[in-house]
Write a protein that binds this ligand. Structure first.
Ligand code: NAG
Ligand code: NAG
Length: 401
């Protein structure tokens, strides 16, 4: 292994380093479920090592937004055209998961092999540039649907550049005239948090956006699933190996053997083998395959409620609990904060504008109807920490003779 490393080029080593450090920070799964009444529901997990300190935050009409660049200067500045609600991280003004009032959903999911753009020398280029952590803020606040974002990206209207979380944090005091800055939570280390982006809209259009060594790419996400490394096209290609996994469950008899005296199988009980071979581990590719196959197997929901229920169960099939994934040489304690867990999960009913979330320590789903939020011009931005303590629902009081 050591001797192999010495033969790698500097570029390969840099890529390895990025991929490895990124792997320690963040993993996620995101998917879309439709229904016969044309509801579009997006489910998502935020799998993370450490504490994101996430809050759900409103961004009302005309609120000022801006994106800090890696040298500490302010890049693009704009006002919110389409109000939105989003979940932040580290107490920073960044949206990792959000939904706007027109039903555009955007998610940030780790892609360690990301390579972002350079800011060109032209004088006005900085005013067109954002950092990679603000991508969803830019998309949700400016656009009505997936196709509009896609066009803007292909027209080169935004330059997406790299900033580390630590540089972002250190630059905040100098730019606080633009951004509302709250208490910044401890950030594990000075690592670039690099991602690809997933967009969905009410028409059921889904797009993946990636910046890698191969350049800027968009993919029409026809599978409706995204996880982490490697890139989306790889994940999609591997899916064909699993096309045979489907219902109905096979009849549990080895027909070819026909051993009359020794029937191989006499009962179908406990033989639900139709998904045998589906990877059960938590690697990005396995989460992608499992989610895609589960969506394919799902009895297509007829209503929004059933689509939301389905999303809950598909999330359950890919979540991480304390101890399910961890990696040396980090020294672990025994609290969930120090291990990889599904820190929070969201379900966005983008058709009806309902945002639902739950956390590792409180798995009851909480719901926010976007219609109940004040997004009018001049309204304050309001927020709530997503880790709402468990209310411990008491069923005794509901019991009767
Ligand atoms: C996207 O939004 C734009 C602006 O509202 C609109 O002109 C366009 O028709 C929409 N496209 C689709 C595919 O819905
Ligand atoms: C995004 O734009 C590209 C290039 O114009 C196009 O091929 C692709 O179909 C578009 N995708 C969506 C979802 O609008």
């Amino acid at each position: 292994m050591i001797s192999n490393v010495s033969s790698l080029s500097a570029n390969q080593l840099a890529l390895l380093a990025t991929t490895f450090s990124a792997f320690l920070v963040d993993a996620c799964t995101e998917f879309v479920v439709g229904s016969e009444d044309d509801t579009v529901v997006v489910g998502r997990t935020m799998d993370i090592f450490g504490n994101l300190g996430s809050r759900l935050v409103t961004h009302p009409k005309d609120a000022s937004m801006g994106s800090i660049l890696s040298d500490g200067s302010m890049g693009m500045e704009w006002a919110v055209r389409n109000p939105f609600v989003g979940i932040d991280a580290f107490g920073l003004p960044i949206t990792t998961d959000g939904l706007n009032t027109l039903g555009l959903a955007c998610s940030v999911l780790m892609l360690g092999e990301s390579v972002y753009q350079r800011i060109p020398a032209e004088a006005d280029a900085r005013a067109q540039s954002i950092n990679q952590l603000n991508f969803c803020d830019w998309a949700l606040s400016n656009f009505d649907n997936v196709s509009q974002v896609n066009q803007s990206l292909h027209n080169g209207e935004v330059i997406v550049t790299l900033i580390s979380v630590a540089d972002f944090k250190n630059s905040l005091p100098s730019v606080s005239r633009i951004l509302a800055v709250s208490d910044v939570v401890d950030i594990p280390s000075d690592i670039p948090l690099t991602s690809h982006y997933s967009l969905h809209d009410k028409d059921g259009s889904s797009l993946v956006i990636e910046y890698t060594a191969a350049g800027f790419k968009t993919y029409d996400n026809t599978i409706g699933v995204m996880t982490n490394d490697p890139t989306y096209d790889y994940q999609e290609k591997t899916l064909k190996e699993y096309l045979s996994l489907r219902n109905p469950n096979p009849v549990p008899v080895f027909d070819s053997l026909k051993p009359r005296d020794h029937p191989v199988v006499t009962t179908s009980q406990g033989l639900d083998v139709n998904m045998a071979g589906l990877p059960g581990d938590l690697s990005p590719n396995s989460r992608f395959l499992r989610t895609a196959v589960n969506l394919n197997t799902l009895i297509y929901p007829t209503t929004a409620e059933l689509a939301v229920d389905a999303a809950k169960h598909i999330i359950n099939a890919i979540e991480m609990f304390a101890g399910s994934v961890y990696q040396d040489p980090i020294k672990f304690g025994d609290t969930p904060d120090e291990l990889w867990v599904t820190e929070w999960a969201t379900i966005r009913d983008i058709t009806n504008g309902v945002y639902s979330f739950r956390t590792y320590t409180n798995s009851e789903w909480k719901h926010i109807d976007l219609d109940d939020l004040d997004f009018t011009k001049g309204a304050p931005s309001v927020s709530v920490a997503v880790d709402i303590p468990d209310q411990r629902f008491d069923a005794v009081s509901m019991m009767s003779t």
